[in-house]
Design a protein around this ligand. Structure first.
Ligand code: SAM
Length: 201
């Protein structure tokens, strides 16, 4: 369901349903090129990437990791909150730019005991929790702070016209919330499985 004023550009004219099994949001050749020109400068990150590959564990990977690092540097952020750290790969990228402190437990529960304001909140929890993650945490952001979510196009499943599962429905709702909330200015960056950036006004 479109949330903005723009009409869809390329939905098939006569189709009443679209089935996307393995959508290429950036083509494999472009993805390969991006990976190829990206230097591997930190052996610890290299080990974590190998571990994620071997265990099929979903990390943000170097393309998004580098962007997260740049966002911290560009904004001069000091207080960063991440939900859904896995074994710490994206946290390691944040930690390269700013000190890190870990909490264990359900992030959306732990939130209740945290005091803002935070300069950046990075959301990578289970996808069905995305709307709740935004609603529960956005008041903890400083003015000018950045709410970032990973996987916001969910390998293209958000543009399927029917049969959305719980995760896809939650991501669609999250995307609607971040674009419609008048306190935020949002955009989606098509890198890997896409991240959304929402600046608090
Ligand atoms: C996609 S992985 C995170 C990857 C990590 N951000 C990275 O790129 O290195 C999501 C992780 O968050 C955990 N998780 C999901 N929902 C959570 C929640 N509500 N609280 C804490 N952890 C959660 C999952 O168990 C999994 O380990």
């Amino acid at each position: 369901m479109p949330v903005g004023p723009y009409p869809p550009i390329s939905l098939p004219a006569a189709a009443d349903s679209v089935t996307i099994t393995d959508m290429e949001i950036t083509t494999p050749a472009v993805e390969d090129y991006l990976m190829h020109i990206t230097p591997q400068e930190d052996p610890i990150l290299g080990e974590m990437e190998t571990r994620a590959r071997e265990r099929h564990f979903p990390i943000v990977g170097p393309l998004v990791g580098r962007l997260l690092y740049q966002l911290v540097r560009l904004t001069g952020s000091r207080r960063i909150l991440e939900f859904g750290s896995g074994f710490g790969y994206s946290a390691y990228w944040f930690g390269r730019a700013s000190p890190v402190q870990f909490y264990q437990g359900d992030a959306l529960e732990t939130l209740k005991d945290l005091e803002g304001p935070f300069d950046i909140i990075f959301n990578d929890v289970d996808k069905h929790q995305y709307p709740e993650a935004f609603k529960k945490s956005n008041s903890l952001l400083a003015p000018g702070g950045l709410f970032i979510s990973d996987n916001v196009l969910w390998q293209g499943q958000v543009v399927e016209l029917e049969g959305h599962d719980e995760n896809t429905r939650a991501i669609l709702e999250h995307n609607r919330l971040v674009f419609e909330n008048p306190e935020f200015f949002s955009s989606i960056i098509p890198v890997r499985d896409e991240i959304s950036l929402s600046v608090k006004k």
